[in-house]
Write a protein that binds this ligand. Structure first.
Ligand code: AMP
Ligand code: ZN
Length: 466
């Protein structure tokens, strides 16, 4: 079976192909850098990381663009309150965003672009819309007239009966019941950061930044556009109206939307105050890869209910996989190859790949790997797993980890390095040989204090971090 994604635009799961193989032109709406991201935001970005990695696994080359929204109402208010320029204010949160996403191992998009660096491009799109008759001006602001775009509503699958001509709105977020002409360019307000452009002094609306930057870097038609499910309307609907209104061409072929991370039945959000940042979870002792595992373990189109129980299960699951890997790498197996186990490994790989091809079904992919681990552990206990089976098993784990990326423990700041652990273990082995057991015990204790557990086995010393 081929690679398939659920497309919000058609509401069907469709075979994915790119317009210009092997490249995939992909745009994802990035963070608004007015504060730290919470783990709900990170769920959406983590699902896009899985998407990136799986596309690459399937032979594509990514051209992934992500914007940084570094000017909007909240940013302007907060920067004024902090007595900082919007640049100083947003810089700290942009840095924090990449620190956080780096910790949970999200790959950085090929192109990251800031809204404030693309004002001329936004003005250009608005001018094209104006020459196509899609805009009007009122009190120094420019609006998109939605009655000029009869397909308005096609992404959110909303039919707006008799769209009210002239009813307009200046805020960027509004509800589905009231389709409105939306603002493209906002007239300057006293005390607000503004740009002096052909459209007058002011600043861009939120929606236009994504259309302008997506088309600048990816051309008029993108292969994939993704974001959180709350962005379908009005943000993405407006992006379509602006882009297609300006070019007359289809803006994005596949629209992928990630469902929300919930807490006790409610969306995790800053405004509800029911949120955790990554830093909150680190402070409670959860390693980054545990958070990563939790975020990606539920398929992106299902809501994910956040609980501490869930985090604990994620930690146990990772532990199981790491123990399996360690066993594979350090045990001595009898010579030969077990044909049934060879087939078992091939079947597990097939199931894993089929699951991810099927609209990135991460839960099924994990299920395939865990069943395999259980079967192979049993086979090892029975002495049926042979040396010739090890390479394929390790290859399966490596393929799994090229997507899930949870096997390697994060080394906490200030933690002892692998090389130093190895050196101490070598010293301990030498001490034991020289019957200096006091020194050997001391080294074991010292490593334990630094979170490293030693295990003496027939085949030598194994170690792992706590
Ligand atoms: P923002 O910085 O508010 O623009 O949000 C960044 C991304 O996080 C957007 O794609 C949102 O759709 C997404 N998002 C916001 N809240 C949640 C949540 N509770 N679960 C998953 N994604 C979310
Ligand atoms: Zn956007």
């Amino acid at each position: 079976m081929s690679l398939r994604f659920h497309n919000t635009l058609t509401q069907r799961t469709e075979e994915f192909t790119s317009l210009h193989p092997p490249t995939v032109g992909m745009y994802t709406c990035g963070p608004t850098v007015w504060n730290y991201v919470h783990i709900g935001n990170l769920r959406t970005f983590a699902s896009q990381d899985i998407l990136r990695r799986w596309l690459r696994y399937r032979g594509y080359t990514l051209k992934h663009v992500m914007n940084i929204t570094d000017v909007d109402d909240r940013i302007i208010q907060q920067a004024v309150a902090a007595g900082q320029s919007i640049y100083e204010y947003t810089d700290q949160y942009t840095k924090a965003f990449f620190e956080d996403t780096g910790k949970v191992r999200l790959e950085k998009p090929e192109i990251v672009c800031k809204a404030t660096d693309h004002i001329p491009e936004m003005v250009g799109v608005i001018q094209n819309l104006a020459s196509n008759g899609c805009t009007y001006e009122s009190e120094g602001s420019t609006y998109f007239r939605i009655t000029t775009f009869p397909e308005y509503g096609k992404l959110a699958h909303l039919h707006f009966e008799g769209m009210k001509a002239g009813a307009r709105i200046d805020t960027d977020k509004y509800d589905k019941e009231n389709a409105r002409d939306f603002v493209l360019w906002k007239a300057k307000k006293e005390g607000e950061h503004s740009w002096d452009t052909a459209l007058g002094e002011g600043r861009p609306g939120w929606h236009i930044e994504c259309s302008a930057m997506a088309m600048k870097y990816l051309g008029e038609t993108l292969d994939i556009h993704a974001g959180g499910v709350d962005l379908v309307f009005p943000h993405h609907e407006n992006e379509i109206a602006q882009s297609e209104g300006a070019t007359g061409k289809q803006f994005a072929r596949f629209w992928l939307h990630t469902e929300h991370l919930m807490v006790e039945g409610q969306t995790m959000s800053k405004s509800l105050g029911n949120f955790y940042t990554l830093r909150d979870l680190f402070d409670k002792g959860y390693a980054p890869e545990i958070v990563r595992y939790l975020l990606i373990s539920v398929p992106y189109r299902k809501q994910l209910n956040f609980t501490f129980e869930g985090l604990k299960s994620a930690a146990t699951a990772i532990e199981r996989l790491r123990n399996f890997e360690l066993r594979l790498k350090t045990s001595k197996f009898a010579d030969g190859e077990n044909a049934a186990l060879k087939e078992r490994t091939a079947a597990a790989l097939r199931q894993f790949e089929e699951a991810l091809d099927d609209d990135l079904n991460t839960a099924e992919a994990l299920g395939a790997v865990f069943e395999y681990v259980r079967d192979v552990n049993t086979a090892m206990d029975a002495g049926e797993f042979l040396a010739g089976n090890a390479a394929a098993a390790l290859d399966l784990l490596a393929r799994f980890d090229s997507i899930f990326d949870v096997l390697k423990p994060s080394v906490a700041e200030g933690a002892i390095a692998d090389a130093d652990i190895d050196a101490l273990i070598a010293e301990r082995t030498a001490a034991k040989k020289g019957r200096n057991f006091a020194r050997a015990d001391e080294i074991r204790k010292q490593l334990l204090e630094q979170g490293v557990i030693l295990e003496d086995t027939k085949e030598g010393v194994r170690w792992k971090r706590k």
